[in-house]
Design a protein around this ligand. Structure first.
Ligand code: RIB
Length: 306
């Protein structure tokens, strides 16, 4: 069984269901409002756990009812929450999501306790990080904590995966130096590389630039088209499965959790793991909500066999 440590955010997602996104200055009615567990870190932890990996999550929540609720939700999905720490004086992170009739979303985050995650929190989990096969992080929690975790993981010879979302322009060189695999979507990639992604042919140039920045394996997720892999073991587009999406929230997180849960430590099965992760993501987008939409390993395997 893979052992995965995820470092990252916990958010309560409040979703406003609308026909169309409002234009600037426009007031519209939502036809439904729903709430679910979310946060890119939490979603990736749930996906890794549901892919059948032993998953430990390092995160910060508020010392409020949402914080306890988040921990219960995560534990219910099989995530180990000993390192999901309550934080005095701040609220649990919250994401406000507008979801249109095509299943597309806009997300605004109130980061709350997520920015309280520290290097000391990570160092307190040194033993579990060193015992993991793979360590995953995103950019919704402080970079210092992620860098400290990746340095520990690399010193112990473990795999590190950085999902650079939400995008920032300049990632520190010391973080990139300890990142084995980076997984931006096309927008995040364009920001990181300062190169456009107007068409599929641009993905190769973007990936080359990300390699130049020091990362050996690159996956640029490309929405409903799939995922572009650029690695010594495989280069090319792994097509997405065609489905009707009702909610794309956590599609990328599901991809990443399932990828990590299936990936060999030498990356030799990268293509096969990406195809499995694409299938998991195609099931997630057919259900509402972030964490409630993430399928389990058996459903993904049977969908792949169809
Ligand atoms: O990737 C989707 C997630 O982004 C949502 O669950 C929301 O909480 C934001 O962090």
């Amino acid at each position: 069984m893979q052992k995965i440590v995820v470092i990252g955010s916990s958010n309560v997602d409040t979703t406003l269901h609308v026909e169309n996104f409002p234009k600037p200055g426009e007031t519209i009615n939502a036809h439904k409002v729903s709430e679910a567990g979310g946060g890119k870190g939490g979603n990736q932890a749930v996906a890794a756990a549901k892919s059948a990996a032993e998953t430990i999550f390092i995160s910060r929540v508020g010392e409020d009812s949402y914080g306890s609720w988040m921990k219960e939700q995560l534990a219910g999905y099989g995530v180990k929450t000993d390192y999901v720490l309550p934080t005095a004086g701040v609220k649990t992170g919250h994401a406000y999501i507008t979801l249109n009739a095509e299943g597309q979303n806009d997300i605004i985050i109130d980061h709350g306790a997520n920015y309280s995650l520290t290097e000391a929190d990570v160092l307190a989990a040194k033993d579990v990080i060193e015992a993991a096969d793979c360590v995953i992080a995103q950019l919704e929690t402080p970079l210092e904590a992620t860098t400290a975790a990746f340095k520990l993981a690399k010193a112990a010879g473990k795999v590190t995966i950085l999902n650079p979302a939400p995008a920032i322009k300049d990632l520190p060189a010391d973080l990139l130096a300890v990142t084995d695999l980076i997984t931006p979507n096309e927008t995040e990639s364009a920001l990181l590389t300062s190169l456009p992604v107007a068409e599929e042919a641009d993905l190769e140039k973007n990936a080359a630039k990300l390699h130049e920045l020091g990362v050996k394996h690159v996956i640029i997720t490309y929405g409903s088209k799939g995922a572009y892999l650029s690695s010594p073991v495989f280069t090319g587009l792994v097509p997405a499965f065609k489905v009707k999406a009702v909610d794309t929230t956590a599609a990328g997180d599901t991809f990443l959790g399932f990828l990590a849960g299936s990936l060999a430590s030498d990356f030799s099965n990268l293509h096969e793991a990406a195809r499995f992760a694409n299938r998991a993501s195609s099931l997630a987008v057919q259900k509402m909500g972030a964490q409630p939409s993430i399928p389990d390993r058996a459903s993904v395997a049977s969908a792949l066999a169809e």
